[in-house]
Design a protein around this ligand. Structure first.
Ligand SMILES: C[S@@+](CC[C@H](N)C(=O)[O-])C[C@H]1O[C@@H](n2cnc3c(N)ncnc32)[C@H](O)[C@@H]1O
Length: 625
């Protein structure tokens, strides 16, 4: 609805000195491609100016209203001093309207420029209204505010809700004009679709994305995908903007980051590819992969266990289901203090508030001095186990082969023999239920307890090594082969015993003197023979044991044929002991050790000696008979 259509104004033809024409203050076009301006200049010189530019008198000079490209082409790329123009006497408002309408008719407008031009038209049409003019400082701001006022009224009316009278008044006043303006656009559009689908590109996307979108003439879907990519990874965003990217043609991959295989396989070879050649789907795929990579890098960032405050220690231990008496004894405080913090933790409130504000888990952890797994336990509250896998970015394994490239640094401390939290997560998924009690007799770096937090399982952990400040939840205890006893009193019994002991002599030098790794082969096996029945006795009816171990073979430095089987311990030995002590074997899951730590010269030495190494590790699952 142009209140005074441009055709009704008086136009006069003239030839005007280029130097007397000033640019339009209403031109919002940001990108003029030099090559196309040159081409246009050549065609104007050959065929003349088919459509004159539109100008208006301004004091003793002229101001451009429409025809910015033609004006620039002639001024910058021809020898011409004058240009054919239509002179029109127009108010500021009319000049704006003509300029905006002309702008939108151009065929080479990018998606962002089109949205900008539509906002400009709407704004120019409504600007005379004082209420509208006060809705913001810039055209797009005002348009967004106005349409934002119309939308809730429309929705409430649709749902049959009462609408506030003030909102109704504004809506009634503007809705007709707005509908009319959108209907009269050169390509008619629904105002609601413009508000919901188009305007966010201009208002919510950062300038850099908009600039790239304009320069490369991206469509709306490509622009949205590009914004997604920028949010996922600045590095990837910059990388796809560089036409000549680093590509390792020997591998076909870029940016090899250890442990990222699986995500980088679908990377595109951007060599010589322009962003506009990529479809929205392709850009989105890159964004998704970049997001996964970033998540993995974040996950692999080594963390340090902070010393915890008393409140955090109590909350952490209570969350793991450790009874108040044991917490009080461990922390040397009275039971009342424990119950105070455990039942009304103001800490939870602070955690939830930060999470609601969108602060990410590691930052909340740092800000409140809480271990990250405790924050995960709150972040993932109420989710299904499958959703927890998804949130943690872990693929759920369907088959009995659980191979993980690397540990997840968010769970557990740096510890000799540390296992991936994903392995624990899968055990919890398949063999326990929410709220169940898990028992970890040799907890080491605490990965089982940490994973239990994320999966809302309770967990009691024990280890030789005592770290009261950073790991109060791991209670100090030695399973003494001479006098084996159960470490806790009370009626409660575990649903699952997750048992990850030292694999005989492996890592022997890294564990304390009292570790079972110092025992002889026979004593070591004797230890399990005594321990498995004790576990069985104290586990719940139908409880499970998940026992992680590997074949022990003295393979180093000898050929496979020279190995002495009398010195070996095989999985079958443990299985026999489990069965003999009343555990029924139900599953054996392969959990191979990653091989990437074996250096090439070590491998070639093994080849030379015909040494057959051990990376097979198995999780033996048993059920209490
Ligand atoms: C393989 S590590 C456990 C690693 C742990 N699952 C992790 O991922 O961090 C075995 C642990 O058993 C502990 N340990 C060895 N002998 C023990 C004993 N007799 N009593 C209690 N703990 C023992 C060691 O201190 C070590 O931390």
């Amino acid at each position: 609805m142009l209140k005074t259509p441009p055709s009704e104004l008086d136009y006069r033809q003239a030839v005007i000195d280029l130097k007397k024409i000033d640019p339009s203050p209403y031109q919002h076009r940001r990108h003029f491609d030099e090559d196309t301006l040159r081409e246009l200049a050549v065609s104007i010189q050959r065929e003349g100016l088919i459509e004159p530019i539109v100008i208006r008198p301004k004091r003793d000079r002229y101001e451009l209203i429409a025809g910015e490209r033609r004006f620039r082409a002639v001024r910058e790329f021809t020898e011409m001093d004058t240009i054919q123009a239509q002179i029109v006497v127009a108010s500021n408002l009319h000049a704006r309207r003509i300029s905006a309408a002309e702008n939108l008719q151009r065929e080479d407008l990018s998606a962002i420029e089109t949205i900008e031009a539509i906002a400009e038209i709407v704004d120019a049409e409504l600007m005379e209204d004082e209420e509208y003019a006060a809705m913001g400082n810039k055209p797009a701001d005002r348009v967004k505010t106005l349409l934002g006022k119309l939308d809730p009224v429309r929705r409430s009316e649709e749902l049959g809700y009462e609408v506030a009278s003030e909102a109704k008044l504004t809506s009634n006043k503007f809705i007709g004009s707005v509908q009319e303006i959108f209907k009269n656009l050169s390509k008619p559009l629904k105002w609601l679709s413009f508000y919901l689908n188009d305007l966010p590109l201009l208002m919510d996307f950062c300038e850099e994305v908009q600039e790239v979108s304009i320069q490369h003439h991206l469509n709306k879907s490509q622009t949205r995908a590009l914004a997604k990519l920028k949010e996922a990874s600045e590095e990837e965003f910059q990388r796809i903007l560089t036409p000549f990217c680093r590509v390792d043609h020997s591998t076909g991959r870029q940016d090899q980051t250890p442990g990222l295989s699986g995500f980088d396989q679908v990377d595109h070879d951007f060599h010589n590819i322009n962003i506009s050649d990529l479809s929205a789907r392709e850009i989105e795929e890159i964004a998704d992969n970049a997001a996964k990579k970033e998540a993995l890098i974040e996950r692999n960032r080594p963390r340090r266990s902070p010393s915890l405050s008393l409140e955090v220690k109590i909350v952490l231990m209570s969350r793991l289901g450790i009874p108040a008496d044991r917490i009080a004894a461990r922390l040397k405080v009275n039971r009342k203090t424990v119950l105070n913090y455990a039942h009304n933790p103001p800490l939870f409130q602070s955690i939830r508030e930060l999470l609601e504000k969108g602060v990410c888990v590691p930052e909340v952890s740092e800000e409140l001095g809480c271990p990250e797994p405790l924050i995960w336990s709150i972040t993932l509250e109420g989710k299904s186990d499958q959703d927890r896998f998804e949130s943690l970015n872990w693929g759920l394994r369907t088959w009995d082969h659980w191979y993980f490239n690397d540990v997840d640094y968010r769970f557990g401390d740096d510890w000799p023999g540390r296992i991936p939290a994903q392995l624990v997560g899968h055990t919890l998924f398949y063999f326990t239920q929410e709220g169940g009690l898990v028992f970890d007799p040799m907890a080491g770096g605490g990965v089982v307890a940490d994973t239990c937090l994320a999966f809302n399982r309770r967990c009691w952990s024990f280890d030789l090594v005592d770290r009261p400040e950073t790991r109060p939840e791991i209670e100090p205890f030695q399973w003494n082969p001479e006098t084996l006893v159960w470490p806790v009193t009370g009626k409660e019994k575990p649903d699952l015993i997750f048992f990850d002991p030292p694999y005989f002599k492996k890592q022997e030098t890294h564990y304390p003197q009292e570790s079972i790794s110092t025992l002889s082969r026979n004593k070591y096996l004797e230890f399990f023979k005594e321990l498995f029945p004790l576990f069985r006795e104290h586990a719940k009816a139908h409880a499970r044991i998940a026992f992680l171990n590997a074949d022990w073979r003295e393979f180093q430095g000898v050929s496979a044929t020279e190995e002495d089987p009398e010195q070996s311990i095989f999985l079958s030995d443990y299985i026999d002991l489990l069965k003999d002590s009343g555990w029924q074997l139900t599953h054996i899951v392969d959990c191979p050790l990653p091989t990437q730590r074996f250096l090439p010269n070590m491998v070639s030495r093994m080849h030379k000696n015909r040494t057959l190494g051990v990376v097979r590790r198995s999780l033996m699952i048993g059920r209490k008979k």
